[in-house]
Design a binder for this molecule. Structure first.
Ligand code: ZN
Length: 201
């Protein structure tokens, strides 16, 4: 964590998996609390869990700066966004590759961020799904038409090789796991991903 902070990462993205919404089980509230204690970077908690409304308060108290819940798990997106914001935490909704962007766009004025999954959630190290770029582009245009300041984050299979396309499609925040941790020089790879994403090529 300290190494990626020193390398210039802007945010720590924290994947929470419950073994229900996704088949895998990862890490949870005590680990987030430990991470909070060792970094000043914003913590972006991505809850790949069922019934996320039950855990919003605990993640907020553990130190999350932003909480993403999945659209597939929430019937009332404005309500859960309000609940997240009540704790002074930024609210985000994530959508899986097969989920249409309409549901998040309908709730966009209640959100700080929209998270587009560019792999099927649950496991690291998957290949980027190219159709995700079109979805990012559709969301970016819709947000711009309504002059909404909502960030778009892209999560899954993002690497230095596709950072330019992801940035060009309209993403503001790129999540990269193996794309960074699989490299030896974090600072070089973070700088190169940022350069490519910002210039879109
Ligand atoms: Zn994630």
């Amino acid at each position: 964590m300290r190494a990626v902070e020193a390398a210039g990462a802007d945010v720590i993205h924290f994947d929470v998996m419950d073994g229900h919404f996704v088949p895998n089980i990862s890490i949870g509230i005590p680990v987030l609390k430990s991470v909070r204690a060792i970094t000043r970077l914003p913590l972006d908690a991505h809850l790949m869990i069922e019934n996320p409304e039950r855990y919003v308060e605990a993640f907020a108290q553990a130190g999350a700066d932003l909480i993403s819940v999945h659209a597939e798990t929430c019937a009332d997106l404005p309500a859960i966004a309000a609940r997240i914001r009540e704790h002074g935490v930024h609210a985000s909704v994530a959508i899986n590759p097969e989920t249409s962007p309409e549901c998040v766009l309908a709730a966009a004025e209640h959100l700080d961020m929209i998270l587009v999954m560019s792999v099927h959630p649950g496991f690291g190290g998957q290949e980027f799904i190219p159709e995700s770029l079109e979805k990012v582009d559709v969301i970016r245009r819709a947000l711009d038409r309504r002059a909404l300041k909502v960030d778009i984050e892209v999560d899954g299979g993002v690497k230095v090789d596709n950072a330019a396309e992801v940035g060009r499609a309209g993403a503001d925040i790129l999540v990269s796991g193996s794309g960074i941790f699989g490299q030896s020089d974090y600072a070089r790879i973070v700088a190169e991903m940022r350069r490519r994403a910002e210039r879109g090529g």
